[in-house]
Design a protein around this ligand. Structure first.
Ligand code: TYM
Length: 323
């Protein structure tokens, strides 16, 4: 099975990214053909500072490698290193109906949050469809916020196949119920643009401050605490197995629990969970050339896989006038 997913280098990666996508991708690499990439073309829709984009792309590469993405086993690259994807985007653009894009929630949400209403932002889902179709991917692990984008990618693949004959694999979203929407500090979806994130590689002081700032209700200490919609509970369970979850639930339902104590505990859990990866990450940051070489090798492998589908698409639409 070919599994593919991408992430925008548009800020430090957070627990939502980690549980919704990164950790799941890394687990998949054991038994599947994994394609994982950093979508810097997509990031151009919201990052307008070249030095910042370079830094964030490099940082995200270090994050993935530190977390265990194996560049020999998997294909790991930077989207912009395989510019063929923009050629496919153009082909797809011409069979993508305006109505399909006009219904995009993500475009409406992003412009409402102040991201410029550019043509790039509007056609973002077409570039994303190209990302997926160019590599013949079957399954796309994402968080719930990408569900509509995946539906658009499927529609585009089906429309293309119907118009020009069988060309692309029709991909499927892979959303895991437990990690579909990781909440942020304020209870909304954790997102860079809401400013409610917990970064996976935050320094200790920042991490402590963020965790202590998780929104809690005002249930008195001597009463049972609600579980439903409790951000602190939901964030803690991300790090627990079934047995651990049952035990935590018991504690919340037993009068006397102090939210402050749980926050301190959760801070330690997060810090300890990421500590070994952080060490690895620090080493990678110091070895810039290794990271750059790794990304170049990844781009070569990605380009090889892309050629198959790009050539097929060029032929099926008739761009190969020589034939
Ligand atoms: P991006 O960069 O916003 O997020 C990367 C991944 O993290 C997931 N995610 C979450 N999951 C659960 N809870 C959250 N709070 C949370 N926040 C983020 C996202 O769902 C996503 O899976 N358009 C994509 C990038 C992309 C892509 C692709 C993905 C471009 N081309 C091709 C798959 C296939 C995006 O902006 O993700």
């Amino acid at each position: 099975m070919r599994i593919l997913s991408g992430i925008q280098p548009s800020g430090a990666l957070h627990l939502g990214n980690y549980f919704g996508m990164m950790n799941r991708m890394i687990n998949y690499q054991q038994n599947n053909e994994l394609f994982c990439f950093l979508v810097n073309y997509h990031a151009l829709t919201s990052v307008f500072d070249a030095a910042l984009l370079r830094k964030q792309t490099f940082d995200a590469a270090c994050d993935f490698l530190a977390l265990g993405l194996d560049p020999d086993k998997s294909v790991f690259w930077v989207q912009g290193d395989v510019p063929e994807v923009t050629e496919l985007t153009w082909m797809l653009s011409n069979i993508t109906g305006m109505g399909l894009l006009e219904r995009s929630h993500s475009y409406k949400d992003k412009t409402a949050k102040g991201i410029p209403a550019s043509h790039g932002l509007f056609s973002y889902p077409v570039l994303m469809a190209a990302d997926i179709l160019l590599y013949g991917a079957d399954k796309i692990p994402v968080g719930k916020d990408q569900k509509q984008h995946l539906e658009i990618a499927r529609d585009v693949a089906i429309r293309f196949n119907n118009t020009y004959g069988e060309t692309f694999v029709v991909p499927e979203a892979d959303i895991e119920e437990d990690f579909a929407t990781v909440p942020g500090l304020d209870g909304q979806k954790m997102s860079k643009s809401y400013g409610n994130t917990i970064e996976i590689f935050a320094d200790e002081k920042t991490l402590r401050k963020k965790v202590m700032g998780i929104k809690t209700d005002s249930t008195p200490v001597d009463e049972p605490k609600p579980i439903e919609g409790n951000v602190l509970y939901d964030l803690y369970t991300l790090f627990l197995d079934e047995k651990g979850k049952t035990a935590l639930k018991e504690r919340f339902l037993t009068p006397g629990l102090r939210y402050g104590d749980i926050k301190k505990e959760l801070f330690e859990v997060i810090r300890d969970y990421f500590a070994p990866y952080k060490k690895e990450r620090d080493a990678l940051v110091r070895d810039k050339q290794y990271v750059l070489d790794t990304m170049q090798k990844g781009a070569l492998k990605a380009r090889q896989a892309a050629t198959v589908y790009l050539e097929r698409a060029r032929h099926n639409v008739g761009l190969d006038y020589q034939n």
